[in-house]
Design a protein around this ligand. Structure first.
Ligand code: B4P
Length: 193
C-alpha cells in the first residue's frame, strides 16, 4: 500500500493537487476538510459541532477527526493506497494515524510538504472566497487565524515525520501542472525504491 500525506498550510494547494493525484494513481482520497463539510451540509450533530470551530478558523477537536478517519479506513479494506489531505493536523492526530495503520499492517510511505509564502496563501484563499461557498475563506482575519493554527500546531506534524525520514519539501508556488509533476516525480522515486 502507498500511503501519502499531502501536507501544507491552508491554501498551499493540497485540495487542488489531491484531485490530480487521485486521478493518476487511483488511491482513496481522505480529506478531513471535505468530510467535515459533508457533515455540515447534512446538518449532523458532528457537523454542527465542527462548524463552530471552522467558522472561527480553529482546528476541530482531535477525537472528532480521528474517529472520522478510522471509519473511512475501515470502509475501504481493499484500497491500494490512501491520500491523506488536511490530516493529520496535530501530533496527536499523527500518532493516532500511525496506530490505525499499524493495526492494518501498514504505515505512512511519504509526506510531501507544499511550501508557499504567507501573503500568497492569504491572496489565494481570499480569491477562492469570492467564488466558493466556503465561509472560512471570506474573512481575512479568519484566514490569518487559520495560518496561526498551522504555524503553532500543524507544522509540528512535519517535524514528527521528519524523525522517520519521510518528509520531502516541494515548492508550492508556480504553475499547478509544474507542481503536480514535482509531486509525481517524488512518488515514483518511492514506488520503484
Ligand atoms: P481544509 O478543507 O483542509 O482546507 P484548507 O487547508 O484551508 O485549504 P485547501 O488545502 O483545501 O486549499 P487548496 O490549497 O487546495 O480545512 C478547512 C478547515 O477544516 C480547517 O481550517 C479546520 O477548521 C478544519 N479541519 C480540516 N481538517 C482538520 C483536521 N485534521 N483537524 C482539525 N481540523 C480540521 O487551494 C486553495 C486555493 O488556492 C484554491 O482556490 C486553488 O485554486 C488555489 N491554488 C492552488 N494551487 C495554486 C497555484 N499553484 N497557484 C495559484 N493558485 C493555486
Amino acid at each position: 500500500m502507498f500511503n501519502l500525506i499531502l501536507f501544507g498550510a491552508p491554501g498551499s494547494g493540497k485540495g487542488t493537487q489531491s484531485e490530480k493525484l487521485i486521478e493518476k494513481y487511483g488511491w482513496i482520497h481522505l480529506s478531513t476538510g471535505d468530510l467535515l463539510r459533508r457533515e455540515i451540509t447534512n446538518a449532523t450533530q458532528l457537523g454542527l459541532e465542527a462548524k463552530s470551530f471552522m467558522d472561527k478558523g480553529q482546528l476541530v477537536p482531535d477525537e472528532v477527526v480521528i474517529g472520522m478517519i478510522g471509519s473511512a479506513l475501515d470502509a475501504n479494506p481493499a484500497a491500494k493506497g490512501f491520500l491523506f489531505d488536511g490530516f493529520p493536523r496535530t501530533v496527536a492526530q499523527a500518532e493516532a494515524l500511525d496506530a490505525l495503520l499499524m493495526g492494518k499492517g501498514s504505515e505512512i510511505t511519504l509526506m510531501l510538504k507544499l511550501e508557499v509564502g504567507q501573503e500568497e496563501l492569504v491572496a489565494r484563499l481570499l480569491n477562492r472566497g469570492k467564488t466558493s461557498s466556503r465561509s472560512d475563506d471570506r474573512d481575512e482575519n479568519i484566514i490569518r487565524k487559520r495560518l496561526v493554527e498551522y504555524e503553532t500546531k500543524t507544522s509540528l506534524v512535519a517535524d514528527y515525520y521528519e524523525q522517520f525520514d519521510k518528509v520531502i519539501k516541494i515548492k508550492g508556488e508556480g504553475g499547478i501542472e509544474d507542481i503536480f509533476q514535482s509531486l509525481c516525480a517524488q512518488i515514483e522515486a518511492r514506488q520503484v525504491a
